[in-house]
Ligand binder design. Sequence first.
Ligand code: HEC
Length: 380
Amino acid sequence: MHDQPRYKPLARSEFFADGRAARPLPEGTVARGGLREDEALYTGKAGGAFIEQLPVPLDSALLRRGQERYGIFCTPCHGLGGYGDGMIVQRGYRKPSSFHVDRLRNEKAGYFFDVLTNGFGAMPDYASQIPVSDRWAIVAYVRALQLSAHATVADVPADYLTRHTRQWMASGRSSLAWQDDIGQGLIEELDLRRLRAVLAEDDVLVSSSRMLELLTGRYIRNANYVQMLRIKYADNPRYMDDCDLAILLAWETTARVAIDARARDVFRKLVEANDQLPADRPGVVHIGFEAIEGDVVERLRYEKIVENARQFDPRGKPLEWVYCHYFMPESPPDQAWAFDETTQWFGIRSTGPHPLGEVFLVLSETARSRRGPHWADPST
Ligand code: HEC
């Protein structure tokens, strides 16, 4: 093998008359690649500090591009919603912080660009795989994710529904479905025939789940409804005899912050109850609540309680078991009134099997055959 002679950058040369190995560029040379003069665009910084805002115009095309690139490059670890729960993480990769914690919500746009460009701790950099313009598109999308996870109904523009309703009316079609940055929706004609057919024979309880089922064709447990009806009352004014106009609005918010705020924990109640326990004999605490917030919220509440209970310190009290009883009232269309019960229990300093045996306080023998919490199988 030969040693190939070569110069190191800026080394001295005996060969050239000016003694420099580095040769001046021939006149008229054009640089290859970009000049990268725009510091903000290429580094996310201005004067050494991260820039607050995107250095590129924000429009829906940028967000769509960002969403697509985010889906390709970031979801394996950060998850679709940015909660740090991607598939690779579920299989053991280091779990990144959620994008929705205050620290990252308050971070500047330039910071995110910098992480993508240079990497961060266990996270590799993406400078060679994602071009600059796409990196900013991803940053814009991460920002949108952060906003959406903290949006509440109050952030929805006041004319949001009016706008879509006008659009629907102008379209002349029987239904209009849409999906945008705020949400998705469907407007369609209600078919009053089912309700009126029943009303021809019978009276129907006003605002009951039976009425909603007849109007919409299905029964949704825990749906939020706003309704406007033109009805003829029956002799008993809780019932209707006829209805010839109905406007129904069913809605649901899936923003994590809204769900989180409603899934209140029982921690304070547990502290209070524990304080009241006698110190000289084993104690059990039962906490019961009306689980009226809907399945998504109750499931999260359940998880929060499990997490907090694990760390609960009974401060010297011989508290052995805690039971949480979820009573969920509902009025299915075929019954006047009913409720479902779910029991959650956990041992604090348990010494034996849990004393309740059968886990339900109220429900009957037959109801005991249901397995799992009531939100796990909405069909029961
Ligand atoms: C292979 C897994 C993986 C991929 C893919 C990935 N990240 Fe990360 N990311 C991480 C990990 C792990 C951390 C935390 C690193 C640490 O704390 O050492 C992190 C940290 C971050 C942080 C800094 C968070 C903080 O706590 O300050 C940001 C911002 C970020 N990632 C954005 C992204 C974006 C945007 C993408 C897509 C281009 C992406 N990441 C792709 C794993 C990944």
